[in-house]
Every structure is written in structure tokens, then in C-alpha cells.
Write a protein that binds this ligand. Structure first.
Ligand code: GLN
Length: 534
């Protein structure tokens, strides 16, 4: 059967609920349980695909082409399972579905209400196995904090669901904050008590409290929280700030999180196999090399906008036993100040994905710097398009080469709209999304890195390499090293003359895992370390 673990948050947002949930997933999987994860977000957008990344962070894309919250990236990295369209549910999706049913007449003349129609729709989206005999633990995170007006229907749905399936099959972990007051030098439990009271008011008794804190809680504080919040003291879990998020599963293991979860779900709790994970954390804590890599983009004021890229660079570091330092480069500043000073001394340059004109001339300047100074370069999606434009301008001599997204009037649109995008009107969910296969050229750097010629990567774009320019670019020395199997889309480009220069139309960062670094990131970091040591 399926057992459910709901994870909610209280007091403030940003407590690392997603990391706590993902860590639990890892600990349960390490015990041999099959695990899946979901995120329910209370906002009205149908998905985060239309949101500005500086507001909500990156958009994570699944294999099946769903645009999702960035927490799904943490889930995939921690539990190493591919998630799908059912894994991220928003209020927008819930209302969309209910309203469509209403228009279709499915409610038979009834008044459509938050309870039961919205709550039923929410309950129907809690993980259901395709095969009713499947055993699995579904970990379901609720976005926002308990007591928010917009998340209330989700909590009501959970209350009803616990009653439907039995409390021992659907437990609630509440992640709260235990703040430290400097003046009186003490940890305060009242915010946690208040937040639990908020949950209780909605008819939900938390089973486990995970308390985020800057200082160890101590027995006295744990006892106090247990007493006021109606949980056994062993169910008060300390969640100390720690150096790397990949250490959290090991810290949660020491705090016996998985044991109390299994106990609450009435499941056996075998010893976990965490060898792989521990080896990765060991590599993380004991680097033998270092390298500095510049991320040159336009959303640099919020690093979460490039979350998976940052994580994939770290993974590349673990695989090479290298400490990867990131230098954030705002390409609008490059446009004003040039590349020389800003990029001086970097060992690698990465231009990530993005949309719109702002900062793109600065990105092209960063590509030029990487190409001319033989600095390892990885271009992702927009970063690949920038590399094609740079090469067309400065090697081929098409001075006005550009993308028709950025300069519709250009005489040399070396990047152009995908043909199937020509009639698309709505912007939500209409990009080329999800996993597509790609065939790599024999003898290419990409083939060497991937160790195979057939690969699959996830995509999120509307523009592509313009096939009219294949021949001139090839002749000038650009290798089109990855093509779609039907030969229609250029998926990857390289400059064979350069020590490491690769651009990919896909988003490889989405498939990197801490203990299985993505080949392109492993390769980039290796090349950057070599650059550093030279
Ligand atoms: N804006 C470009 C396109 O739509 C690149 C998209 C991206 O980097 N994700 O093709």
C-alpha cells in the first residue's frame, strides 16, 4: 500500500522544508523503500513557467516536459527518481480543473464550493499508484506556511485525507523555527508552539517536529516543545544549520528522523545503506583541487534563478575532488565595464539559460573572452545560442548576427524560431519542453564525455540553431556535435580547436546528481582544474 508523509512549514518560510523532505526521501530509499515526492503550491499560477526567475527562482523541468517548482530539483537530486506532471500541483491547476468540470456540467447543477469540490480535487491529486498493489512512501510537501490564507484548503484536504486513510497511513511532519534571542541568550519555543496551535486549529496534529535552529536545542528545549506540542520527545528533531545541504540527510539520520517516521507509519525500519552518500559528502569536505568558474547571466541578483546549474557545478567538483568557487557575473555590468577585469583569473566560464534581450551583449562578450583566451566554456540553452552568435560575428564576420528573439530585424538570424512555434499564441506551457533524444558525432568532445553516442536531455526553449547557417559555421570551424535523430535540430556545438568549448541547447544541469555528476559538468570542472593548475 501507499503510505503518506506530509511536510508542512511554520513560523517563517525559507526553513529548508524541501531539503528536509528530500533528505527523508533519501533515508527511506536507503532503507529499501520505494519513494516518490510531490509538491503542492498554493499560488494561482498554473505552473511556475511564466514567473520571472528573480521572483521564484529557476523553473525545473521534468522528463515529461512539466515546468515545476525548483524544490523538485532537490527531490530528484536527493532521491534519484525522475518525477513527472503529477509531482507538482498548484492552486491554479486545482481551480483550472474544477472550473472546467463546472463548465462541462459535471457537477449536476450543484453549487461548486471550496469544500468539498476544491478539497476533493486536491485529495485526488495526492499520489495514487498505477498498480494498486504497489508499496511506496509518498512524501508530499505543502508550500507556504501553516496559517496562510491561500494554503488553508490544502490543510483541510489533508485533515480529511488522514481521516479517510487512517492517521497511521498519513502523517504530518511540521518544520518550524526555534529562534535564538541574543539579548537574553536563549532559544525560544513560543513560535513553534503557536505554529502547532495553528495546525491544530485546522484539525491536524503533527506527528514529528523538525526544528530549524542555529544552536543545539538541548534536552530542556526538546522536553518543552514535546510537552506543549503534544508529541513524544523523540519526535522533536533538531535541524541545525550546516555547511552543505548534502550533509542534511546524514544529520537527520543522526537525529533518527527516518526511525520516528517508520514508527509513526507502523513500518519496519531496517538499517540504511548510505555508503555512496557518505563517500560523496567526504569528497565534498576534503577537496584536493580548486577552480573558479564564472556564471555569466542576467538574473544574478537571485542565485536561486540558476539553482540546478550551481548544484551541478558542485557535483562536478565532488567528482573531481575539487572545490568549485563561483564568480557571479552580471552581464549588464560586462556591457558597461568590459570583460578584462571582471573575468580576470577565472578557470571556466558558463553562460546559462535565459529569455529576452537584457544582458545578452555582455554574454556574447563573455563567450568571446572564453574562446580567445582558451578558457573552458559551457553554454547552456541561451548560452549555446550566444556561442553561435559570437562565432558568427567574430569568426565568420557576420557583424550583425543575432537571434530573432533578441533582434528580429537582423540580416543574419543564426538563431531562429523553431518552426512549430510560429503559430503559438499563449506563453504558458508552450515552449519545446522535456526530454528529447540526441545523437552525438563520432569523435566529438561530447561523445568522449558522455561515453556514448545516444543521449537524452531535457529542454526548455523556443528558438534554435538556424539550419541555413550549418554549412558556413561548419566551414569556419564550428563542430555541430549533437543533432536530433531526425537531423532537424542542432542540439550541440563545439570548437574542436579549443581545449574545452561546448554549447548545448538542452539543460543538462537538470539531470545531474550529487553522487552521479553530469558528464558535461564533470568535464567542465576537470578542464577548469587543469586550467587552474597550469
Ligand atoms: N530564450 C531562448 C529560447 O527560447 C533560450 C531559452 C533558455 O535558455 N531556456 O530559445
Amino acid at each position: 500500500m501507499v503510505k503518506y508523509v506530509f511536510v508542512s512549514g511554520g513560523v517563517v518560510s525559507g526553513l529548508g522544508k524541501g531539503i528536509t523532505a528530500a533528505s527523508l526521501g533519501r533515508l527511506l530509499k536507503a532503507r529499501g523503500y520505494k519513494v516518490t515526492m510531490q509538491k503542492f503550491d498554493p499560488y494561482i499560477n498554473v505552473d511556475p513557467g511564466t514567473m520571472n526567475p528573480t521572483q521564484h527562482g529557476e523553473v525545473f523541468v521534468t522528463d515529461d516536459g512539466t515546468e515545476t517548482d525548483l524544490d523538485l530539483g532537490h527531490y530528484e537530486r536527493f532521491i534519484d527518481e525522475s518525477l513527472n506532471r503529477n509531482s507538482n500541483v498548484t492552486s491554479g491547476k486545482i481551480y483550472w480543473s474544477v472550473l472546467n468540470k463546472e463548465r462541462h456540467g459535471d457537477y449536476g447543477g450543484g453549487t461548486v464550493q471550496v469544500i468539498p469540490h476544491i478539497t476533493n480535487e486536491i485529495k485526488s491529486r495526492f499520489y495514487r499508484p498505477e498498480n494498486p498493489d504497489e508499496d511506496r512512501i509518498a512524501i508530499i510537501e505543502i508550500g507556504g506556511t501553516a496559517g496562510d490564507i491561500e494554503s488553508t484548503p490544502f490543510f483541510e484536504a489533508i485533515r480529511q485525507f488522514q481521516f479517510d486513510v487512517g492517521h497511521e497511513n498519513a502523517i504530518m511532519i511540521h518544520v518550524t523555527l526555534v529562534p535564538y534571542l541574543k539579548a537574553s541568550q536563549e532559544l525560544k519555543t513560543k513560535p513553534t508552539q503557536m505554529s502547532v496551535r495553528e495546525l491544530m486549529r485546522m484539525g491536524i496534529r503533527p506527528d514529528i517536529l523538525v526544528c530549524r535552529t542555529d544552536y543545539p536545542l538541548g534536552q530542556h528545549i526538546k522536553d518543552k516543545i514535546a510537552l506543549f506540542c503534544n508529541v513524544p520527545v523523540s519526535h522533536v528533531i533538531e535541524n541545525l544549520d550546516c555547511g552543505s545541504l548534502y550533509e542534511v540527510p546524514l544529520m537527520m539520520e543522526d537525529e533518527h528522523l527516518a526511525d520516528v517516521v517508520c514508527e509513526s507509519l507502523k513500518l519496519d525500519c531496517p538499517k540504511p545503506d548510505l555508503c555512496d552518500w557518505k563517500a560523496m559528502v567526504d569528497a565534498l569536505n576534503h577537496p584536493e583541487h580548486s577552480a573558479e568558474i564564472a556564471i555569466c547571466g542576467k538574473y544574478t541578483e537571485l542565485h536561486d534563478a540558476y539553482l540546478s546549474v550551481v548544484e551541478a557545478l558542485k557535483h562536478g567538483g565532488f567528482a573531481n575532488r575539487a572545490d568549485v568557487k563561483i564568480r557571479w557575473i552580471d552581464t549588464e555590468v560586462v556591457e558597461r565595464e568590459g570583460t578584462e577585469k571582471l573575468l580576470e583569473g577565472v578557470d571556466g566560464i558558463l553562460v546559462p539559460g535565459g529569455f529576452g534581450n537584457r544582458g545578452t551583449e555582455g554574454m556574447i562578450a563573455c563567450v568571446k573572452y572564453a574562446r580567445e583566451n582558451r578558457i573552458p566554456y559551457l553554454g547552456i540553452c541561451l548560452g549555446m545560442q550566444m556561442a553561435v552568435i559570437e562565432f558568427s560575428r567574430h569568426v565568420l564576420g557576420y557583424d550583425d548576427a543575432n537571434s530573432s528573439e533578441l533582434a528580429p530585424e537582423t540580416m543574419h538570424p543564426v538563431i531562429d524560431l523553431l518552426p512549430e512555434q510560429k503559430d503559438v499564441e499563449n506563453i504558458g506551457g508552450t515552449l519545446r519542453l522535456g526530454a528529447y533524444p540526441c545523437v552525438l558525432e563520432e569523435g566529438s568532445l561530447a561523445e568522449e564525455l558522455y561515453g556514448t553516442r545516444e543521449i537524452s536531455e531535457r529542454h526548455r526553449h523556443r528558438y534554435e540553431f538556424n539550419n541555413d547557417y550549418r554549412e558556413p559555421l561548419r566551414k569556419a570551424g564550428m563542430r555541430l556535435s549533437g543533432l536530433s535523430p531526425d537531423n532537424r535540430i542542432v542540439e550541440m556545438v563545439e570548437i574542436p580547436e579549443h581545449p574545452f568549448f561546448i554549447g548545448t541547447q538542452a539543460h543538462p544541469e537538470l539531470k545531474s546528481r550529487p553522487n552521479k555528476a553530469h558528464p558535461l559538468f564533470r568535464g567542465l570542472v576537470k578542464a577548469a582544474v587543469a586550467h587552474h593548475e597550469k
